[in-house]
Design a protein around this ligand. Structure first.
Ligand SMILES: [Zn+2]
Ligand SMILES: [Zn+2]
Length: 377
C-alpha cells in the first residue's frame, strides 16, 4: 500500500513492522491476582510531574498528519509501603538541563520544546517532605533520556534497579564511548552504590497477565513486571493501592504513549491505533540507527504489542488501573482538579474511590475519529 508519508514507502520494512497489530487479550494467559495477606500490604502512590516535552504525534501513533505535535508530561512516582514505611521511586524523568545529557542526546533533543525540571528530584522531593535518604531504591522503567534522571543526585545508599540486559544495550556510556545515549555515571556498576540488573536468576513469578514479575516487598504490594518491548530492559510495576477491597495501579512506563494503542473507546476492547514508524536514521541511539529500515519508538514492536495486550488484559480487571509514564488523560483530569497545569505532586492511590478509571475513559485525548488516516497506512 502506498501512502502520503514518503518515508514509509522509501525505507524497507525490514522488521515487518507495518502490518502487525496488538494481539487480542483473549489469547493471553491470566492468573487472578492473589488477595492481600494483611491490611497494610499496599503502597501509597505519589505522582510527581517532572517536566514535559513536545514531539510529533506520528512518532507514537500511525497517522498521515505528520505535522501534529503532542506534548507529553513526564512523571516520576514515589511509592511508600503503608505498613513499614519503606520508600522507592519509579523513574526519574529528565535531567535538569540540556547540558547534563550525553552529547549524542543533546543533538537529538536540542530542538525539542521542553519544560525543564525546576530542580533536582531530591530538591523537589524535599519540598514535599520526602528526604532522598529515605528512598531505598530507584527503579528505572528503562534508560531513555526522559526516564533516566540523575541517580548521582541521590545518596549512595539508594539502590538502582534496572531491567534485564540494560547494561549490554546501553553501555558503555559517555565519556567511555563518545556517541553513547547514556552517561557512564547513569549506570554506575561497580561503584559504592548498589546497582541491580534483573536477570535469569532473579526470583520471577507470574503476576496476572505477566509471566515474569518480582514481588519486591514479598507481600504482593509491589511487583516489578518484565515489560520488554519498548526498549531492552523495559520494566513496569504493579502496585497494590488499597486493601479491603484490593486495588492496583499499573505504572506502565513507556509501554504505550497513547492510550488508544492498547485500549480504545468506552466499551471497545479492540485496540485501534498502531505505533508510528520512522526511518532508522532518526533512531534514539547509534545502535538503533544501525538497525536500518523502518523503526518504531518501540525497539521490538511485536514484543511491545504483546506487552500492550498484557497491560490491556490487566486493566480488564475492575480493580486494576493503568497509568502511563506520559499519561495524557491523567494530566487532563489533575489539571482540571488543580485549576491549571501548575501542580507537581499529587496522590493517585485513591483512584478507585475517585472512580478515575471511568474518568480516564471519558477523557480520552486521542480517539480514532480524531486522528487522520489512523487505520489506512
Ligand atoms: Zn522510552
Ligand atoms: Zn518516555
Amino acid at each position: 500500500m502506498t501512502t502520503n508519508i514518503k518515508y514509509l514507502d522509501e525505507f524497507e520494512d525490514k522488521h515487518n513492522y507495518r502490518s502487525i497489530r496488538v494481539p487480542d487479550t483473549k489469547t493471553l494467559e491470566f492468573e487472578p491476582l492473589k488477595p492481600a495477606p494483611n491490611n497494610d500490604a499496599y503502597c501509597k502512590v505519589s505522582m510527581v510531574k517532572n517536566s514535559d516535552l513536545t514531539m510529533g504525534l506520528s512518532l507514537f501513533v500511525r497517522t498521515s498528519d505528520t505535522d501534529a505535535q503532542l506534548t507529553l508530561p513526564v512523571y516520576t512516582f514515589v511509592l511508600e509501603h503503608a505498613g513499614n514505611g519503606r520508600r522507592v521511586a519509579f523513574d526519574l524523568g529528565l535531567k535538569p538541563k540540556l547540558e547534563d545529557f550525553s552529547p549524542f542526546i543533546q543533538t537529538i533533543i536540542k530542538d525539542t520544546p521542553i519544560t525543564w525540571p525546576r530542580g533536582t528530584l531530591p530538591e523537589i522531593f524535599a519540598d514535599h517532605g520526602i528526604d532522598a535518604k529515605t528512598i531505598e531504591a530507584v527503579i528505572l522503567s528503562h534508560v531513555h533520556f526522559d526516564h533516566i534522571g540523575d541517580i548521582g543526585q541521590f545518596p549512595t545508599s539508594t539502590k538502582l534497579i534496572v531491567g534485564p540486559n540494560t547494561a549490554k544495550a546501553a553501555l558503555p556510556g559517555y565519556p567511555s564511548y563518545k556517541d553513547s545515549a547514556v552517561l557512564d555515571s547513569d549506570l554506575p556498576f561497580g561503584s559504592e552504590r548498589e546497582v541491580e540488573e534483573l536477570n535469569d536468576k532473579s526470583p520471577w513469578v507470574r503476576c496476572g497477565a505477566f509471566p515474569e514479575a518480582i514481588d519486591y516487598f514479598g507481600d504482593g504490594s509491589l511487583y516489578i513486571l518484565n515489560a520488554y518491548g519498548h526498549m531492552v530492559g523495559h520494566i513496569a510495576a504493579l502496585v497494590r493501592t488499597s486493601t479491603n477491597p484490593d486495588s492496583y495501579m499499573l505504572l506502565a512506563g513507556d509501554s504505550a504513549h497513547v492510550r488508544g494503542l492498547y485500549s480504545c473507546c468506552v466499551g471497545c476492547a479492540h485496540p485501534s491505533f498502531r505505533a508510528g514508524l520512522y526511518p532508522a536514521a532518526h533512531g534514539l541511539s547509534p545502535a538503533e540507527q544501525k538497525r536500518g529500515g523502518l523503526l518504531a519508538i518501540h525497539y521490538d514492536l511485536p514484543a511491545a504489542y504483546l506487552n500492550m495486550a498484557r497491560m490491556g488484559r490487566m486493566e480488564e480487571e475492575d480493580n486494576v488501573c493503568v497509568i502511563l509514564a506520559h499519561d495524557l488523560e491523567w494530566k487532563k483530569i489533575i489539571d482540571r482538579e488543580q485549576g491549571g497545569e501548575d501542580w507537581e505532586w499529587v496522590q493517585v492511590g485513591d483512584w478507585m474511590a475517585k472512580n478515575r478509571k471511568a474518568e480516564v475513559k471519558r477523557e480520552l485525548v486521542y480517539k480514532p475519529d480524531g486522528v487522520k488516516d489512523y487505520d489506512k497506512i
